[in-house]
Design a protein around this ligand. Structure first.
Ligand code: ATP
Ligand code: MG
Length: 567
């Protein structure tokens, strides 16, 4: 190694992931005139999911890090599956994650003319031919990794005949599936992608941008690298399944590029998460069959679903930082994502009271017509977040689970004769319970110690339990949508013998009524983040109105990931 190389190595910024190292090395070597331009290339055939977020953080992140730019390119080469609804949602989701492509919004369909010209050139040069066989016949001739493929009987057509047929394919003379354009490379290549890959197929469905201009559409492998080239992309960062496509990417790109500029593909491991699926086809099935309420159903792993559920962009970015980028496929634990959102919401959510499984509690020695206000801290984790007031009165609600008539040892909540503190208010003592004819507890009767409110002599008196509560007369009923994981099995994609729909978790949505303090009702604007103390993090759903409040539980308080780490 030369001295210069050593010096360059020691100058490399610390903590780069392997893709960033490659990019850095290219920049140091002055490749592409020292330019850095990445791209994020979604196909507008579905909403973005958390896996795409990983790619977005990489594509935009590396450009940001080294002063480059990142294009947004819609990979719209299949009009049958694509739609403007998806284009709009993709834009919104990337912005929400905190990234911006400025005026660099492109479409693969912008390059249809150039791609078509290139295809015609390759035909003239004897590097492409029209095949009249069906896709089944072509597939059957592909061979296997150990056996060479069989050459098509149409492989040796003259360039003139090929060009004539290709132009007529695009003129709409032939039906879909009747003919394809193939690259003439090597049916015996050890790389299956080189065995005369299909470049163009006939599609007669109108395109959402180009209408009926085209009757032939390029395949991914013929469109992607060249689109990168036409756009000036220097680093085409994608996921590992494209490793075997890379030689073909280079083969086509070299038809255009020279030594001054050539885009380069680099691959990283895709994100797979437990208890969910990442396949757009499967997510679309869930939406189409009504198995979820839409692409933005809060149980979906989509960016829009996570947003609706109450996830923050920061929590998603933190999660992606934590899992990192490697060259090996893996399955990441969803509890790590849950940990990330809990961590971020702990920092920003306003602490409030909501009782989700209420039982009435009467303070027999508190005057019937008296109402006091007690002061609650908005967020002990955040200096300057202030306080809010909460009404206190003779009749309140507490959680049913916070009372036991015959408690085991170490039950520090409420029980006959026991004392607890009502969070932010008085210490109370249970004197009696009232039951209905079936023996269900309908009311807990207590006395309160008037000396124990903040600022009073008994304010610091210690009792073991502290309960959350709301004043019965002031509480507002709200719908609480409690979500659990979408699938009941850890790795739904691995259950190849079962229909993935059978693996859905039947408990993934449970609807309850929660009694919330008035402050919550008054501040239930879209995007508000609350911690219902001792229950979890909640955010108003899009369905929420002033007359009918609806909250999504983003995540409970219990952190299974943290527990695993402590073991
Ligand atoms: P399909 O091609 O089947 O429609 P896709 O998930 O690959 O699905 P694209 O819209 O092509 O969807 O993806 C855009 C970009 O996002 C690609 O560069 C792809 O590599 C990346 N991407 C997709 N899924 C993941 C994932 N799970 N983890 C990381 N990156 C992903
Ligand atoms: Mg794709």
């Amino acid at each position: 190694m030369t001295e210069i190389n050593k010096e360059q190595e020691s100058n490399e910024p610390r903590g780069l992931n392997f893709v960033e190292q490659e990019v850095y090395a290219d920049l140091q070597a002055g490749k592409n005139g020292g330019r850095l331009n990445t791209r994020f290339p979604p196909e507008p055939n579905g909403y973005l999911h958390i896996g795409h977020a990983k790619a977005i953080c990489m594509d935009f992140g590396v450009a940001e890090k080294f002063g480059g730019t990142c294009n947004l390119r819609f990979d719209d080469t299949n009009p049958v599956k694509e739609d403007v609804e998806y284009v709009d949602s993709i834009r919104e989701d990337i912005h929400w994650l905190g990234f911006d492509w400025g005026n660099r919004e492109y479409y693969a369909s912008d390059y249809f003319p150039q791609l078509f010209d290139l295809a015609c050139r390759l035909i003239k040069e004897g590097k492409a031919y029209v095949d009249d066989q069906t896709s089944e016949q072509i597939a059957a001739q592909k061979g296997s990794p150990t056996e060479p493929g069989i050459e098509s009987p149409f492989r040796n057509r003259t360039p003139e005949e090929n060009l004539d047929l290709f132009l007529r394919m695009n003129a709409g003379e032939f039906e879909e599936g009747a003919r394809v354009l193939r690259a003439k490379i090597d049916m015996a290549s050890s790389n299956m992608h080189f065995r005369d890959p299909i470049m163009y197929r006939i599609i007669k469905h109108p395109h959402h941008r180009t209408g009926t201009t085209w009757k032939v559409y390029p395949m991914y492998d013929f469109a992607h690298g060249q689109s990168d080239y036409f756009e000036g992309v220097t680093h085409s960062i994608c996921t590992l399944e494209f490793v075997p496509h890379r030689p073909l990417y280079e083969y086509f790109v070299h038809e255009l590029a020279d030594e001054t500029y050539c885009p380069r593909q680099i691959e990283f491991n895709r994100l797979n998460l437990t208890y969910t699926v990442m396949s757009k086809r499967k997510l679309l099935t869930l939406v189409k069959e009504g198995l979820v309420a839409g692409w933005d159903d809060p149980r979906m792993p989509t960016i829009s679903g996570l947003r609706r559920r109450g996830f923050t962009p920061q929590s998603i970015r933190n999660f992606i930082d934590t899992i990192g980028y490697t060259k090996y496929e893996a399955l990441n634990d969803i509890s790590l994502l849950e940990h990330a959102v809990r961590d971020d919401l702990n920092r920003i959510a306003t602490r409030v009271m909501g009782v989700i499984n209420p039982v009435k509690l009467v303070l027999t020695n508190y005057p019937a017509d008296k109402v006091e206000t007690v002061t609650m801290e908005n967020n002990p984790e955040q200096e300057g977040s202030g306080v809010h007031e909460m009404p206190f009165s003779r009749e309140i609600y507490i959680e049913r689970d916070d009372f036991m008539e015959n408690p085991p040892k170490k039950f520090f909540r409420l029980a006959p004769g026991a004392e607890v503190r009502l969070k932010g208010a008085y210490i109370i003592k249970c004197e009696d319970v009232v039951k209905d004819a079936e023996g269900n507890i309908v009311e807990i009767r207590c006395t309160y110690d008037p000396d124990t409110l903040s600022g009073m002599p008994g304010a610091n008196r210690k009792v073991k339990g502290t309960l959350h509560w709301v004043s019965a007369a002031h509480a507002v009923d709200a719908e609480a949508r409690i979500y659990d994981r979408l699938f009941a099995v850890e790795n739904p994609s691995a259950e190849v013998d079962r229909d993935f729909r059978e693996l859905l978790n039947p408990e993934s949505l449970v609807v309850k009524t929660v009694k919330v303090e008035p402050f919550v009702a008054q501040n239930a604007a879209q995007g508000a983040k609350f911690q219902f103390q001792r229950i979890g993090y909640f955010t108003p759903d899009y369905d929420s109105t002033a007359d009918h409040l609806v909250f999504n539980r983003t995540i409970g308080l219990r952190d299974t990931w943290e527990k695993l780490q402590k073991k």
